[in-house]
Design a binder for this molecule. Structure first.
Ligand code: AHM
Ligand code: MG
Length: 336
């Protein structure tokens, strides 16, 4: 069977678009190269001096892992030079990352989580890179302002992730379905392995950090109780799977169906909130979910409709099979 590389797939896809300029392909190609470099280091993590923390705490108040820092610097270094971006934002950086004037600039903006799930890296569990691609609304030469990147997820031009697991995979969408590619390390190419991915409409798996139960509100507790009892559509408990790496938990949900939840909690009693970040985690994965026939919600509406007020805004995230997510939305509505 003839195998299609991600570049071939991109070019075929792009030639179908009247506004194609090749710039988007350049962007994705540079992103793919960055991911290959990150993948190489993740695969050898136990052999290189890259395990453990740097001793620093990032803008999210979390320990920075050495591989977090490595992945972040690779992405910033390469993507600045791609010639197609005007700004970036990373989960690891407090502020917008402008593309300096000395580099060629374009109108795309890239938001990313360089190494999602990195607290798992020392125990050799899957991690990933999540990306969201936006476009600047006006074509001015002025420096990009923060408000220009604070766009709702519905405005994303493309979104997806790289999963560094037993195989390295790239899953992405440009708004015309979702395709998955697997890195063949012997040829160094991502090959189309999962064309036109679809999330089953119903699932049998729920995925949540059950250890947070005491911090949930009543409707959230009731939702989880439904999944783990006979009160659900299966008439028996759902299976529980929780890796603690969003990309890995999402990827399983995309393939097998079911639901992933990181609901709002009251860990900080003065400030109930979700944990996951809207712009670099929830929005890109919700675009993938919707394009695969699933849903991404904060419990009341579509994640993709939320316009961020801040770069590092956090949201509750309920994502996966359409009917499972809808059940949660309906339950929250009934309870309100
Ligand atoms: P991060 O590794 O980019 O900081 O992401 C946060 C991670 C997600 O990958 C995962 O879904 C979640 O945090 C797990 O959180 P918890 O340990 O609270 O269950
Ligand atoms: Mg993350």
């Amino acid at each position: 069977m003839r195998q299609v590389t991600v570049t071939e797939h991109l070019l075929t896809h792009q030639s179908m678009s009247a506004s194609a300029t090749g710039r988007f392909t350049s962007l994705l190609n540079e992103l793919i190269l960055s991911a290959k470099i990150i993948s190489r280091s993740v695969n050898k993590a136990g052999l290189l001096d890259v395990l453990g923390g740097t001793g620093e705490v990032n803008v999210q108040g979390e320990q920075v892992q050495k591989l977090d820092e490595f992945a972040n610097s690779i992405l910033i270094h390469r993507m600045k030079r791609a010639g197609v971006l005007c700004a970036m934002a990373s989960e690891e950086n407090a502020d917008l990352i402008p593309v300096p004037e000395k580099f060629q600039r374009g109108s795309y903006m890239l938001v990313f989580d360089p190494l999602d799930g990195s607290s798992n890296i020392d125990v050799n569990i899957n991690v990933g890179t999540i990306f969201s691609i936006l476009k600047r609304k006006d074509n001015s030469d002025k420096e990009v302002s923060l408000s220009e990147i604070l766009q709702a997820g519905v405005e994303q031009v493309a979104a997806g992730y790289f999963l560094y697991g037993p195989s390295t995979m790239m899953v992405y969408t440009t708004g015309r379905g979702v395709n998955g590619f697997t890195l063949d390390p012997s040829v160094g190419e991502f090959l189309l392995s999962h064309p036109n991915m679809r999330i089953p409409e119903d699932g049998k798996i729920y995925s949540v950090n059950e250890g947070n139960q005491m911090y949930w509100d009543t409707p959230t507790k009731e939702i989880m109780e439904t999944f783990r009892s006979k009160q659900n559509k299966l008439g028996k408990p759902y299976s529980l799977r929780y890796v603690g790496s969003l990309v890995a938990d999402f990827h399983r949900t995309l393939l097998y169906g079911g639901i992933f939840l990181y609901p709002m909690d009251h860990k900080d009693p003065n400030k109930p909130s979700g944990k996951l970040r809207l712009m670099c985690e929830a929005s890109p994965l919700s675009m993938v979910a919707e394009q695969a026939g699933g849903l991404g919600s904060d419990g009341s509406g579509r994640i993709l409709d939320i316009k961020p007020d801040m770069l590092h805004q956090r949201v509750p995230l309920i994502i996966g099979s359409k009917n499972d997510v809808q059940f949660c939305i309906d339950h929250y509505k009934k309870a309100s």
